[in-house]
Design a protein around this ligand. Structure first.
Ligand code: ZN
Ligand code: ZN
Length: 304
């Protein structure tokens, strides 16, 4: 089974607390290590949880509020100081290029590796990345400034050929690729053996959707329909509904309602306001609408 793991590095909203850091998550799908947002303590958290940062080749930044990117210039500098050579792909609002250029210009920093900048568009969802294992698309969110989430999807895998069928029908190696793609096997005598008899279905492709920051927005529901894991911000308890609306954030019930209407398999809430010491209250309130909810906690690893 290929890897599919989400590690939460930071789960706080705007300001860090003594126990929580601003937003960042590390996703590993099929050994592709991708960083989603990069709040202030991100590189320290990567160290703390013993994650090798040079394995990260893709960084996705949702928007330009500081709690989602202020750790980036430090992380880029450490990658440089530690001798990185590989290209780093950065998917971010276009203005971030200018912010990085200013910081690098005045510190006379010349990164020894290439940062390949992919500016995000915010009018409609777009495909950002694709290889043989996965795709990454944007999810347009509704926040005070342009903001998007990200949808990570495994690609369907080929069918598994049954070991006993290989022996029984003495299937030659050169036809295995076609059989994995669904073809029947026709043996030397011209007899057809149905694909279903010699293969089994692969595990279903898995998916993860990241939605932070956003107010409650029904357009998100369609985009995240049926995902295995949904991370949705829940900055406030429901009693702070008005404050959530003013600041274009979500409450526990907003996050749960999106999860329920989209029929996702599991909801992870996070981006907690610093005012909450006891996160169990946020969890209980979310679970009152969507039971299969867990809290985003730093250092925890989540899988579908
Ligand atoms: Zn935020
Ligand atoms: Zn924000």
């Amino acid at each position: 089974m290929q890897s599919f793991e989400l590690t939460v590095l930071g789960c706080s909203s705007a300001t860090p607390t003594s126990t929580r850091n601003p937003t960042s998550q590390l996703l590993n799908i099929a050994d592709r290590f991708m960083l989603v947002d990069c709040g202030e303590a991100t590189q320290i958290q990567l160290r703390r949880f013993k994650i090798k940062f040079q394995r990260i080749n893709h960084i996705f930044i949702s928007h330009l509020h500081g709690d989602h990117y202020l750790g980036l210039v430090g992380l880029l500098a450490s990658m440089h100081l530690l001798g990185r050579n590989n290209d780093l792909h950065l998917y971010a609002p276009p203005e971030l290029q200018e912010i990085l250029d200013v910081q690098h210009k005045h510190s006379q920093t010349f990164l020894r590796y290439k940062v390949v900048f992919h500016p995000l568009g915010f009018d409609q969802s777009e495909l950002l990345f694709e290889d043989d294992k996965l795709t990454v698309e944007t999810i347009i969110l509704n926040h005070r400034i342009p903001c998007c989430g990200f949808l990570f999807k495994e690609k369907p895998r080929p069918r598994n050929i049954l070991t006993q069928a290989l022996e029984k029908y003495r299937i030659p190696v050169h036809v295995l690729g076609k059989i994995k793609r669904g073809d029947d096997y026709i043996n030397e005598q011209g007899v057809t053996i149905a694909n279903a008899e010699i293969t089994e279905a692969p595990p279903a492709p898995r998916s993860f959707a990241y939605c932070s920051d956003t107010c409650y927005d029904e357009s998100v529901i369609e985009k995240v329909k049926g995902v295995d894991l949904l991370y949705h911000e829940a900055t406030f308890m429901q009693e702070m509904e008005e404050r959530a609306k003013e600041t274009f954030h979500s409450t526990t019930i907003d996050a749960a309602t999106v999860a329920k209407k989209a029929a996702v398999k599991k909801l992870i809430i996070g981006h907690y306001s610093a005012r909450y010491k006891d996160l169990d209250k946020l969890l209980a309130e979310t679970q009152s609408v969507f039971e299969n909810t867990v809290l985003a906690l730093e250092g925890e690893v989540y899988s579908p």
